[in-house]
Design a protein around this ligand. Structure first.
Ligand code: HPA
Length: 271
């Protein structure tokens, strides 16, 4: 795998992307406003990059955008890969490995998630303090490449404390409601049944989604500090469950995108 990562890194460098400091992953419905803030953008389509998977979900754009925000070199993924699309866990996390080898020092992730905490409501943001990996595979399964990271990576603090502390302070200053909670990753692509929401809630999760955790596992494996924010796009109350569809989810994500963008732009300024 290391040779493939290096080939992708060299290709991206060849397009003029030099030592980005901050990597950003933009989740479902969250890829528009943030990208507009990137100065001097260099856009690279995923399908041009050697060994990159190609996004199959029509509403996910598939490109890397490099440039500058608040004087810092950033590299954003507009669209990510999901396990439910049929890729392997190694494929969906490949771009995170590439970011690390390009020189990224901090990784900022985002996603759209279902809200299972009945004290909160859709449209709110949740900072991930912890997660439960509940998908049926692991990106680190197989022979371990010690040059990338250890066989048994520690997970006692999967989300970097310095990033979460800064984000909590920024949210307070900006008067943006930012809950702190636990995210559980499921395979999807179907949303959950009432019984499943009841079960996932009792397992200790506040929000449920189909992404992020494999990327965070790989980031931790490589010693890349990361943080993640969920936009809670639908209320998953098992006793009062309304049908939702993906266009509702994207619409709510779009409505909260400005808050997420504000938080991350200010975080980038302070890093
Ligand atoms: N489950 C339920 N609701 C959601 C999800 C999910 O995985 N993602 C966004 N809203």
């Amino acid at each position: 795998m290391i040779e493939q990562i290096i080939e992708a890194v060299e290709f991206i460098r060849g397009r003029g992307v030099d030592r980005p400091e901050i990597g950003i992953v933009l989740g479902t419905g969250l890829g528009n406003l943030f990208v507009k803030q990137i100065e001097n953008p260099v856009v690279i389509e995923y399908h041009d990059i050697p060994h990159f998977p190609v996004s199959t979900v029509e509403f996910h754009k598939g490109r890397l955008i490099a440039g500058v925000i608040q004087g810092k070199k950033v590299l954003a993924m507009q669209g990510r890969f999901h396990y439910y699309e049929g890729y392997s866990m190694q494929q969906i996390t490949f771009p995170i490995r590439v970011m690390k080898l390009l020189g990224v020092k901090h990784l900022l992730l985002s996603n759209a998630a279902g809200n299972m905490n009945l004290d909160w409501k859709k449209g709110d943001l949740m900072l991930l303090d912890d997660h439960i990996h509940f998908q049926p595979d692991n990106p680190l399964r197989g022979i371990n490449d010690e040059t990338l990271g250890p066989r048994f990576p520690d997970m006692s603090q999967p989300y970097a404390k310095y990033l979460n502390t800064l984000l909590i302070d920024i949210a307070r200053e900006k008067d943006i409601k930012l809950h702190v909670g636990v995210y559980i990753s499921v395979m999807g692509p179907n949303l959950e049944t009432r019984a499943e929401y009841r079960f996932l809630r009792r397992m200790g999760a506040d929000a449920v989604g189909m992404s992020t955790v494999p990327e965070v596992i790989v980031a931790n494996h490589m010693g890349l500090p990361c943080c993640a924010i969920s936009v809670l796009t639908d209320d998953c109350d098992p006793d009062n469950l309304k049908p939702v569809n993906i266009s509702d989810i994207i619409a709510i994500a779009g409505q909260s995108e400005n808050k997420l963008t504000d938080l991350y732009i200010e975080l980038i300024r302070q890093l």
